[in-house]
Design a binder for this molecule. Structure first.
Ligand code: HEC
Length: 158
């Protein structure tokens, strides 16, 4: 009788250990998609860097991932790497200015807060990051866009 009780106590210890490990595993996997939202863009101070790479790393990489490889998890974040839609600089510019479905807008006119205050990029920052993603990560588009051209595109849309 005693022996049986001990056996049972031992067995429930095992179950508890297994359950704990399963919980830890769940916690680990549920962490993974959340990374897509761990954006620097929730920082309180507005980001002022004007270098394309810096803008990418601070603002875009949180969703589009390092090296712009994209991610599928809590949402679908398309890869910007080797992406033929980037051939159109206006398409990229309008996406950044106005947002696109689950992607937030970054122009002063269109940015709205999502999980925090709106994140606004200047035309200089937008031009820099557009030119950066179109010439990195396997993209080799030769034409570029200026801050004035980004501003003009913005004026064209209300
Ligand atoms: C909060 C997440 C998020 C951030 C931050 C973000 N994007 Fe996006 N982006 C998305 C999502 C989601 C899509 C897909 C939109 C759709 O459904 O078509 C997308 C689409 C795009 C596309 C279109 C790709 C295609 O194949 O059509 C471009 C270009 C792009 N993003 C560039 C950028 C740049 C540049 C930045 C930084 C200034 C940036 N994104 C920041 C979420 C984000």
């Amino acid at each position: 009788m005693n022996q049986q009780r001990q056996y049972l106590a031992g067995a429930s210890g095992w179950y508890a250990a297994i359950a704990l490990h399963l919980l830890m595993l769940c916690a680990f996997f549920s962490e993974t998609p959340v990374r897509a939202q761990s954006l620097g863009i929730l920082e309180a101070a507005p980001f002022t860097g004007t270098n394309g790479r810096q803008v990418f790393e601070h603002i875009c990489q949180g969703c589009h991932m390092p090296n712009a490889v994209g991610a599928v998890g809590a949402g679908r974040f398309p890869a910007l790497a080797d992406n033929p839609t980037l051939a159109s600089r206006d398409y990229v510019a309008l996406t950044v200015l106005m947002g696109r479905r689950n992607m937030p807008a970054f122009s002063a006119k269109h940015a709205i807060g999502f999980a925090g205050p709106p994140v606004v990029l200047s035309e200089t920052q937008m031009a820099a990051v557009i030119n950066y993603v179109r010439t990195h990560f396997g993209n080799h588009y030769k034409d570029s866009i200026s801050a004035a051209e980004v501003a003009a595109l913005d004026q064209g849309y209300h």
